[in-house]
Design a protein around this ligand. Structure first.
Ligand SMILES: Cc1cc2nc3c(=O)[nH]c(=O)nc-3n(C[C@H](O)[C@H](O)[C@H](O)COP(=O)(O)OP(=O)(O)OC[C@H]3O[C@@H](n4cnc5c(N)ncnc54)[C@H](O)[C@@H]3O)c2cc1C
Length: 281
């Protein structure tokens, strides 16, 4: 059963920020509710007040702004999947949206909700990490930009303060020579939380060497992580089978997985190495 709570329905962002500031100690935002409602039912937390941010006009839409692809915090996963700008400039994000949950959930679930919930297995995190995304946090005092790599603190903990909303996620335009892939291993093909997930990105130099690399991994540590040593092993190198295999090994070494009902730590580490190698190939 759902516990009792007060539901506030702001019609615009300033009103929502006022409400959150006033209820910072016992309130929380709700967007699609696809994490919040099951968590309330399961007793994970009991906020006295929910501030409904779904549909706030200022959180809608995907657009270009000052060289950034700006994805509104209230954009749903279904909208990411259908957006032509995402398809053209951030196809790795589309790959992840395609395998997040199921059509029913994707119609409600938002990008901000996925990041703010801070599950180590959040499917939006690895692609946004390899794209060097930043999170726009807004309170009634103003906005700040936090690089996504500094956003997650621990399982279900982020640097977001209770009175702040994620108003947007900003993705800088990757160079034309950039290629990225997403991967996810789960126990079934839909409505399944990842056993592991991840994304790799390689920016190629004119001579075909790797100029810059990003490797992000999920469900293998308390937060989504970057595999910095593995990235370094690729940079400046030709992408030979040996270089790729070495980077994949380093990526697996960067993980700190746990045993749980979805898979053992040993399995997660082994599969990470295989999936990173395949994605780089
Ligand atoms: C059946 C099922 C399958 C699922 N499968 C997947 C999956 O495959 N991959 C995956 O990654 N996730 C999955 N999920 C989890 C969930 O759907 C996603 O994490 C989703 O993106 C959460 O978005 P939401 O809008 O529903 O968030 P909500 O549930 O509304 O909120 C989640 C958290 O974010 C906070 N929040 C929401 N919006 C904002 C905002 N604008 N600013 C600040 N904080 C905010 C809330 O306070 C809460 O802490 C699944 C869930 C279900 C029920």
């Amino acid at each position: 059963m759902l516990p009792e709570f007060e539901l506030l329905m702001p019609r615009a962002l300033p009103e929502a920020l006022e409400m959150l500031a006033g209820r910072a100690s016992d309130g929380m935002p709700i967007a699609g509710g696809t994490n919040v409602i099951p968590d309330l039912r399961g007793g994970r937390y009991r906020p006295a007040c929910l501030v409904n941010v779904a549909g706030l006009p200022e959180l809608r839409g995907i657009r270009w702004e000052d060289g950034f692809l700006v994805i509104g915090g209230g954009v749903t996963i279904a909208e990411v999947l259908e957006d032509p700008l995402v398809a053209q400039f951030a196809p790795v994000l589309r790959e992840a949206a395609r395998v997040l949950a199921s059509p029913l959930i994707r119609n409600r679930a938002t990008v901000a909700g996925n990041l703010a919930n801070a599950s180590p297995a959040a499917d939006m995190a690895p692609p946004l990490l390899v794209l060097d995304a930043e999170v726009e946090l807004t309170s009634r005092e103003g906005s700040r930009q936090v690089p996504l790599k500094d956003f997650f603190v621990h399982v279900r903990r982020t640097v977001r303060q209770p009175h702040e909303l994620i108003t947007a996620v900003r993705v800088p335009l990757p160079p034309e020579s950039s290629r990225a892939r997403f991967f996810k291993v789960a126990l079934r093909k839909a409505d399944a939380i990842a056993v592991i997930n991840g994304a790799v990105r390689v920016d190629l130099a004119e001579d075909g060497r790797c100029r810059a690399a990003r490797i992000a991994l999920g469900a293998v540590a308390p937060t989504p992580i970057r595999a910095y040593e593995a990235e370094k092993a690729l940079e400046g190198q030709p992408l030979t089978p040996d270089v790729i295999a070495g980077a994949a090994r380093l990526a697996a070494e960067a993980t700190r997985p746990i045993d749980d009902l979805r898979g053992s730590a040993a399995y997660r580490r082994a599969v990470t190495e295989v999936m990173v190698r395949r994605a780089l190939e």
